[in-house]
Design a binder for this molecule. Structure first.
Ligand code: MN
Length: 457
């Protein structure tokens, strides 16, 4: 094949692109011309590749009538086609479908598949744009946390506008990649929530806040969701958030053989929720274009098991499990992942094994229950986890010892007062050393503070 025709709205093609396509032997035609061209080709008996997931009814209809005419012509020149019948005759209709099947190939488009596997330049652009996007988001989350803690009333729409402001400061920013979903409390439970300025809620610190947003940069496309709580989450919030996060991590860490379709991995993101009878009514992951559509086929990670497209090295997918409690709150945690080959000690079946590399670099709000987290890490004693457990424990010990120092310092300052003495007395009693401690501490204080009043007593 040396030539191709692209049916496209000519307004969308710049001079530069036009020149490039011409050199590559691609002819441009108006979008409307596709119907008559398909019909004309079908009449000549040409074969047509139709992607049944995206082809429109108009194309199918002209293709069918073109095929019918071709077969009738062939019938007249001697091949078996039977006697002519009226077009209402059901046997004619059936024959029409058969004719279509004869010259049509019904498979996913090879164009979308080639597009979904990113080349080196696209991967580099996606990585770079994600780093700049992460910088904007980190600034944004820092800003909003302070605003909410200072009781500044911000509506969901104002939050989305401010987020746009932080992104605009980044190099190569073009526009948002979809309308920002900014949902506080019950609004977070509406999966495709779109806040309006006059009816939306303010973001506060009594409930969860879900923010799903993305941007188009010259070199890449982003799509990220974070759910945060600016106050004290309820036990229900904690449990659901933890399970969504466990699902997110399970998919993030997945390693799977090549030729695995995305739906096989979907269970990883849901099983933690399933264990307590919860679930979510949307897919776990979609393909993402490189500086293109934020939703791109043909691959997906979904409970709908009809999509048999295998995940391939170089594809990009989102990882976005969630949980939505109607009229109450919504949780979703979303990163974008690049499918990559992983080096393992074995390669059973002589095939490659694939995994994911994170593109999104924005922190996920920490789990407050450190203890639970420790237990989790400690119970699963893989080398990797033990290392993480030690690090987490070290960090926790540091925080505790800092807090303790502060507490001793406070106590020391209050020693001259009755409450201070009472506290020391209590501490001494716990340590069963009676009140002897009070005298000792007082003596230390006197020397250090160099206040000698009453020393002679
Ligand atoms: Mn997404």
């Amino acid at each position: 094949m040396s030539t191709a025709t692209l049916f496209v709205d000519s307004n969308k093609v710049s001079e530069e692109v036009l020149e490039h396509l011409k050199k590559a032997g691609v002819k441009l035609k108006s979008y409307e011309a596709i119907l008559s061209d398909v019909e004309r080709l079908a009449e000549k008996g040409a074969k047509l590749w139709l992607d049944s997931s995206s082809v429109n009814a108009a194309i199918v209809s002209v293709f069918r009538s073109g095929c019918d005419r071709y077969m009738r012509k062939r019938g007249k020149t001697g091949r078996q086609i039977g006697k002519e019948a009226s077009s209402d005759d059901p046997t004619t209709k059936k024959r029409g479908v058969q004719n279509m099947e004869l010259n049509g190939l019904y498979k996913a488009s090879p164009v979308t598949l080639a597009k979904s596997v990113k080349n080196e330049a696209e991967i580099r652009g996606m990585k770079n744009s994600h780093l700049r996007d992460a910088a904007a988001l980190a600034e944004f989350w820092c800003w909003i946390e302070e605003e909410v803690h200072n009781n500044v009333a911000l509506t969901e729409v104002q939050v989305a506008e401010n987020l746009l402001g932080f992104r605009r400061k980044q190099d190569g920013f073009i526009e948002t990649s979809f309308d920002t979903i900014s949902g506080y409390g019950a609004n977070g439970a509406i999966i495709h929530y779109n806040p309006t300025p006059d009816s939306c809620s303010s973001v506060g610190s009594d409930n969860l806040f879900l923010l799903d947003s993305g941007a188009q940069y010259v070199d890449g496309t982003t799509d990220i969701t974070r759910t945060v709580h600016f106050g004290e989450p309820s036990p229900r919030h904690k449990e659901c958030f933890t399970r969504v996060l466990q699902g997110h991590i399970a998919l993030d860490q997945a390693v799977f053989p090549e030729r695995t379709p995305g739906f096989v991995l979907d269970v990883l993101a849901r099983s933690s929720l399933w264990k307590i009878g919860l679930d979510y009514r949307h897919g776990t992951g979609h393909g993402v274009g490189a500086a293109l559509n934020v939703h791109e086929g043909p691959q997906s990670i979904s409970y709908r098991y009809g999509n048999l497209t295998a995940l391939q090295k170089g594809m990009i997918v989102s990882n976005e499990p969630g949980y939505y409690e109607d009229d109450s709150f919504g949780i979703r945690i979303e990163n974008l992942l690049l499918v990559k080959e992983v080096n393992l000690a074995n390669s059973f079946g002589g095939i490659s094994y694939l995994g994911f590399e994170k593109l999104t670099f924005v922190p996920i709000q920490a789990i407050k229950e450190k203890k639970d987290c420790f237990i989790c890490l400690y119970l699963d004693r893989s080398a990797d986890n033990i290392e993480k457990y030690k690090m987490a424990k070290k960090a926790a010990n540091r925080v505790v010892s800092e807090a303790r120092c502060q507490a001793y310092e406070d106590l020391y300052q209050r020693l001259g007062m009755k409450e201070g003495e009472r506290d020391i007395y209590k501490m001494a009693k716990i340590r069963e050393r009676k009140t002897r401690d009070i005298g000792q501490v007082k003596c230390v204080k006197d020397e250090a503070a160099n206040s000698c009043e009453g020393r002679g007593d």
